[in-house]
Structure formats: structure tokens, C-alpha cells
Design a protein around this ligand. Structure first.
Ligand code: ASP
Length: 454
């Protein structure tokens, strides 16, 4: 049995919904359907979730909200009309959207989440009605009924472990169950959302809860590309990735799937497949616990900008017990998270995300490094990018680093730092931001040898 999740672009219009219906109809195993809110129909369009944010802001500001309500209701009305659905479903949706502006504003920490969740909630009602009208017996299930209980952390809910037993009970349904993604209910019955893009998380939780054979996540691309298509012309889609490889690629900028969505499926040992609603015949990318097919040592190349490096040196640093702790304590006291720590004998760098710093924090770090850690030299280097080459097979394969550094040097790319964790799932290169794209192109060519776009 399969849990399928459709993202906003797969549900943006009647044409898209028709494809969704065909996908669900074509496989009886697809018994659970998790849906996002309607997404953008084109580049200049607005996602329903974003329209709900505007609506919320106008409401709490005490402004007239009729325009916002109208825009959102019309968005559903267009789909209802194009699909020829009954007026009753639209009435139900309209009533729900309008009623949001009657909820208490004061002492209501879940108000924002309740507004946002309405996008997926109403879409699930609409889609269940659409399925029913087209020969797929279906039922809309609210997360409260599904047993999707979450922590009381508005905008950042976490699933409560006891939810899984309740979700398992969904298994005995005769109908296809349509579940809105992105939110759960707290112990007190409040609506609480995951972070943005969180419908992927719902799908993963449901898949783990009902012990699905597979979790199919439908998007608008043919799976996960081996490199960013904005940098490499028509990169190939990766047939199979392990959870660990996916985690590494996601860390360095691959955003097809919500980061937190991997965890429930991973723990539940459910394979996940990323597929394309617009090209459902394409096998997409399977994310598995262990590789089952022959594959290259490197599976993907990711790059992400926005890094800085705090570089320091101190004569005889390697002999000084407690030096590392002292340095990290300085960061901890300033509430700064760090990412990597490449070291030399007498020098050490800490790589972190630019967003962790402010000019005042930077000054403070440098001051404390000199005064407390008594370093000889300290500086902060900005505008860095990380490039990760990822593949579990690298561990048993000699020459990957050699191929990578050769490709980079032949393309005049200066490697500022290099680091490889003991698990050898990835090798990270730090380069200047300006050289990020060129580095990815050089590496893609070296490992996969296609034609690259200049
Ligand atoms: N609709 C929500 C968002 O735009 C959640 C999702 O689509 O996954 O963030």
C-alpha cells in the first residue's frame, strides 16, 4: 500500500488535478493521499498559503479583509467550476475561509497557524469531493481524526510519538483517504503547523504510521537531479539515493524535499520516491536505506552560498589542551551555531552560516579570540560557498578526491578548504562564492561527463 503526497504545483489548477486523479486511479495501492494547498499556476501567481498570510495580517491589523477573502475563495471557485464540482463544496470552503476572521486575536498563539492550515484543509475537502465525483470513493480526514498529534510549537510543530499508533488505525478504510498536509493538532486540540513546505512531513508521518510499502512524493520534476539545473544544463535525475546521501545533498542546498520529511520515513524504514505529476511514467528518484543497484561512486553534487569562515592561528596550538573548547565556548555564549571545523597544526577554522553573525557579534568573536583564547591571529572571511560531492560508495573507491581536485585545478578554482567526515559519505570543498558555479560545472563534468552549459 502506498501513501502519495502531492505538492502545491500538482494541485494548482483543474488540469493538474486531473493528472492527480489519473495517478491515484492508475494504482489501487495508492490508498492515502496527502495534499498541499493550491500552489502557483505560473511564475507571477500567488500560493494560497501566501494569500492566507496576507489575509491574517490584514485581520490582525483590523483592516477590511473582504478582498483577501474574495481572492482565496475565488481561487478555489475557479477549480470547482473547471472540474464541474457541486456548489455545496464551494459553500463549505467559503464558509471556512470567512470564519477565520471571527477567531479571537488576543491570547491566541495558534491563530496564524489556523489561517495557514486552511489552505491544505480546504484543498483536501475539494480533492475528496473531486475523487468521489469521478469514480474514486474517497473521504476527507482531518488530522485530528487521523491522530496526527503534535507539540505546541506554532509554526514548528513536531510529531508526538504516540500519534503513530492512532495513525495505524487508518489502515482499514475501504475508501481512499485524503489528508491535508502541513499541520496537526495539539493535545488541546489547537491547529499547529510544521515549518513552511511541511506537507512533505505529513506524508512521511502517515507513511510511517500506516507502515506503507512506499511513500510517493509527487512534485513537478523528474526526481532529484544530480546537480542544480540552473547551473548544469539538463542534469540527469538520480535513480537511487540512500537516506544518508539525501541528507548530505539537502544540507548543501538540494531543496526538492523538506529536510524534516526524511526522518519519519527513515525511522519507519519506508522507501521514499520522488516523482513528477507531469511525467508519472518517469521512475523518479528512490530514496532507500541501502543501495540496491549499481551506481557511480558520486551520486550528486550540491553547492550552497552564504558561508563565512572564522580563521585563527596560534603557535603550538596542537599542544594546548582545552583550546578547542575555549573557542567553541565563545561561540556558544554568543548563541552561534557552527557547521564545520577544518584544522591544521597551529590553525583552526570554523565554518558557519552567514546568518548566524551580525557585525557586533563578529567584533565580539574577534575580541574574545584574542583576549580569552590568546590567538596570534584571527580573521573572518566572508562570501564563501560550500560544494559537496556525495556518494556512499566513495568509501570503497580510490581516487574520488584526486578526480575532484584535478577538475577544480584545471578550471582555475582555488580550494580554500577541504573536509571529509569519517563516514566518507561526502567531501566538502570551500570556495569563493564567485567560483561556486564554475566549481559545480567542473565537478559535474569530471564525474558524469555530459555536456555542460557555459
Ligand atoms: N502550503 C504550505 C507552504 O506553502 C505547505 C506545503 O505546501 O508543503 O509552505
Amino acid at each position: 500500500m502506498k501513501v502519495v503526497k502531492f505538492g502545491g504545483s500538482s494541485l494548482a489548477s483543474a488540469t493538474q488535478l486531473q493528472k492527480v486523479l489519473n495517478i491515484v486511479k492508475s494504482d489501487k495501492e495508492r490508498q492515502f493521499v496527502v495534499v498541499s494547498a493550491p500552489g502557483k499556476r505560473n511564475d507571477s501567481d500567488t500560493k494560497v498559503t501566501d494569500a492566507l498570510i496576507k489575509y491574517y495580517r490584514a485581520y490582525i491589523a483590523g483592516d477590511d479583509v473582504s478582498l483577501q477573502q474574495k481572492w482565496i475563495i475565488n481561487r478555489y471557485a475557479d477549480i470547482v467550476a473547471e472540474l464541474g464540482l457541486k456548489q455545496t463544496i464551494l459553500d463549505r470552503i467559503s464558509k471556512n475561509i470567512v470564519s477565520l476572521a471571527t477567531l479571537p486575536i488576543e491570547e491566541n498563539e495558534f491563530l496564524y497557524d489556523t489561517f495557514l492550515a486552511a489552505g491544505e484543509d480546504n484543498n483536501a475537502k475539494l480533492i475528496a469531493a473531486f475523487f468521489n465525483q469521478n469514480g474514486v470513493p474517497a473521504r476527507y480526514v482531518h488530522p485530528r481524526e487521523a491522530g496526527l498529534f503534535v507539540s505546541s510549537e506554532p509554526g514548528n510543530a513536531r510529531i508526538l510519538p504516540y500519534s503513530y499508533d492512532k495513525i495505524e488505525e487508518l489502515n482499514n478504510s475501504e475508501e481512499v483517504l485524503v489528508i491535508p498536509g502541513f499541520f496537526g493538532v495539539t493535545r488541546d486540540g489547537q491547529i499547529c503547523t510544521f515549518s513552511r513546505g511541511g506537507s512533505d512531513i505529513t506524508g512521511s508521518i502517515i507513511a510511517a504510521g500506516v507502515k506503507a510499502d512506499i511513500y510517493e512524493n509527487f512534485t513537478d520534476v523528474d526526481g532529484i537531479f544530480a546537480a542544480h539545473p540552473g547551473i548544469i544544463h539538463k542534469p540527469h535525475s538520480i535513480p537511487e539515493l540512500t537516506y544518508r546521501e539525501m541528507r548530505e545533498l539537502a544540507y548543501a542546498g538540494f531543496t526538492v524535499l523538506h529536510d524534516e520529511a526524511l526522518l519519519p520515513a527513515y525511522r519507519g524504514k519506508i522507501p521514499l520516491v520522488i516523482k513528477n505529476t507531469n511525467n508519472p511514467e518517469h521512475p523518479g528518484t528512490q530514496i532507500v536505506h541501502k543501495h540496491s543497484k549499481e551506481h557511480l561512486p558520486v551520486v550528486g553534487i550540491a553547492g550552497d552560498a552564504g558561508f563565512v569562515s572564522i580563521n585563527m592561528s596560534k603557535y603550538l596550538m596542537n599542544r594546548e589542551i582545552g583550546f578547542g573548547r575555549q573557542v567553541l565556548q565563545i561561540l556558544e555564549d554568543l548563541n552561534i551555531g557552527w557547521e564545520h571545523m577544518p584544522t591544521g597544526i597551529d590553525d583552526l577554522s570554523i565554518i558557519l552560516r552567514e546568518r548566524e553573525l551580525t557585525p557586533i557579534k563578529e567584533e565580539e568573536i574577534l575580541r574574545q579570540l584574542i583576549q580569552k583564547a590568546e590567538v596570534d591571529h584571527a580573521e573572518i572571511e566572508h562570501d564563501l560557498s560550500i560544494i559537496m560531492i556525495v556518494g556512499e560508495k566513495m568509501k570503497s573507491h580510490i581516487g574520488v578526491t584526486a578526480t575532484a581536485t584535478k577538475a577544480l585545478s584545471e578550471n582555475n578554482i582555488n580550494i580554500q578548504m577541504m573536509s571529509q567526515g569519517s563516514s566518507e559519505v561526502s567531501i566538502m570543498f570551500v570556495v569563493n562564492k564567485e567560483q561556486e558555479k564554475a566549481a559545480i560545472r567542473a565537478l559535474y563534468k569530471a564525474f558524469f561527463k555530459p555536456q555542460t552549459k557555459e
